[in-house]
Design a protein around this ligand. Structure first.
Ligand code: ZN
Length: 147
């Protein structure tokens, strides 16, 4: 189990040091800003949606290791997903990081963030990018705050 934990930490730090899809997306169809005042994390999420499918996803931001790694992993997870599936994916992810009881959904690479459940103050770091994506899908203009 501790080996698994080390691998998870390695993946998180890898995504923090070299975030995937960390750039503005030219011609994004959806965009939103998010802010987590608890930690100071800021993120802008960009989506390119075509025919109800997320063709591309990217982000820019400044934040802690967890928020950056979570945004990086999220953009990878969203590519190719149907817009209608994002809410369910978010809810499963949220259940995982908050340690909600019940049968955990298979979340693939996102499962490296499962350890966040032991640090309740970091849940907002891990979910900031997700809240921001949901706002982008609703065409929300006001920046999202986790508070
Ligand atoms: Zn944070």
């Amino acid at each position: 189990m501790s080996d698994l934990r080390e691998i998870y930490q390695e993946v998180i730090f890898d995504h923090y040091r070299a975030p995937r899809n960390c750039r503005a997306l030219a011609g994004a169809s959806h965009k939103a800003e998010g802010y987590n005042p608890l930690c100071g994390d800021k993120v802008v999420v960009y989506l390119q949606i075509d025919d109800g499918v997320i063709r591309d996803a990217s982000f820019e931001g400044v934040g802690c290791a967890i928020s950056t790694a979570a945004a990086s992993l999220m953009t990878e997870a969203l590519k190719g997903k149907r817009v209608g599936d994002v809410q369910i994916l978010f809810e499963s992810f949220h259940d995982m990081v908050t340690g909600a009881p019940g049968v955990p959904q298979a979340l693939g690479k996102l499962e490296v963030l499962a350890g966040v459940r032991e640090f309740p103050s970091r849940v907002k770091c891990a979910t900031l990018a997700w809240h921001t994506v949901l706002a982008a899908l609703k065409d929300q203009r006001e920046p999202v705050s986790t508070e």
